[in-house]
Design a protein around this ligand. Sequence first.
Ligand code: ZN
Length: 497
Amino acid sequence: MKAINTAVFAAALAGTLAAFASETLDLVPYPQEVKVLGGTYTAKSVDDLWPKAIRDPSLPKEGYRLTVDGTNGVSIACSGREGFMRALATLTQLGKSADGGKAEVFPCCEINDWPAFAWRGILFDDCRHFFGKEAVKKTLDAMARHKMNVFHWHLTEDQAWRLDIPKYPELVKYGAVRPESQNPECLGLPKMDGKPYGPYYYTESDVKEILAHAENLGIRVIPEIELPGHAVAAIAAYPELCCRGKLERRAPWCMWGVSDDIFCAGNDKTIKFLEDVIDYVTDLFPDAVVHIGGDEAPKGRWKECPKCQARIKALGLKNEAELQGWMVKHFTEYLAKKGKRAIGWDEITECNPPTATMIMCWRGANHGIAAAKKGHDVVMCPTSHCYMDYPQDADHKAKGYGKPAWAPVLSLEKVYTLDPLAGIPSEYHKHILGTQGNMWSEHILTPAEHEWKLWPRAAALAEIGWSGPGKHDFKDFKRRVDADMKRMEDEGWNVCR
Ligand SMILES: [Zn+2]
């Protein structure tokens, strides 16, 4: 490290001290307990900055204590990797560059911190559009900065299948390339864009690279394999898996929306195929939770299918909804035998899945409340607060991403009003695991736009999930998140500000 230019450093330090004069620090999410001690610590080298860490098994999994002392520098106490990573996230946000980047100045403080909720996630839809390994890793980095800990990876859809499974090579051969796509900016444009999209998919080694990156950051990765709906890309690869045994063309669906063609629940080959996929996925992904979809599964094909009707009769089921219930139960139990837990979208609550099945509430908080009352663990991500693909404001188009108003505006302030526990009797609070932002990608074409839509809204959800709802007012959050977004922008993120 070069010698410090004293005049420049003194000027920078004066500004920094002024910023520290307030009793709150520029942190997002804000820690549970903060004591600002006054004064600063200046790190002039990486060695100065590297914290002294002690292991304290009494601290919760992601909890930590962080002390910045004017003389002794930075020390961290935590019980393991997750707590250490959360402390580093705080440290990253605390530091302010000084002396033209040659030193870093930290406010002296004591922080005692832990998460309000265990699940603080982002859904990453790599199917409607594909963003790739580097975009995934960058998203994980941004999540870690905000103490988010669950990366929900949406890998299979009507519009694409993105995971190479060696036993079923046709999946990526047919399922990872679309002949064309519905134009994301339908207004004033032809309905279809006429451009082939793909092939884009992840190999086993790509996935392992991403898993290693996530593990280093203390982030869980939950893969999603959709069943029985949102399955056209898999059916394109293996048409015998659908009720009709064929599609009009052997390709993923090129429209956005909900396809009538879903997996045939009456065909033993379908069940075996999905078991094989789950075998592969559970071997590859270390997390204890696997998402099995379950949303938006129209039953028209099942009503007309002799195999599905025969299964309903043989099992003594009342109707097609109960057939989906049987399928959910089958795969929840199949996963349980492997020591894993299934999570599915809230529609499956209506087909009475086993209580161990976790529920992801998207249609509205009332569905999450109903699931919690039935004893399911629930992740709250209702469209009203958590759909990060919705426009950030009415002025969306002026910000450089010209989309029609295809969805309601979801402002930063509205996101910040989420209370995952609202309306839930206290005896069921233990079932509310937390929240996540869902970034569906029908209307998002590039990693840059993906980042722009996530930040700062994902930071609002991060704070609700970590600090807890109602802990700070929006004005205070806005001041802190503005500083946070400025830092992210300076470091190369495309944020909305
Ligand atoms: Zn069928």
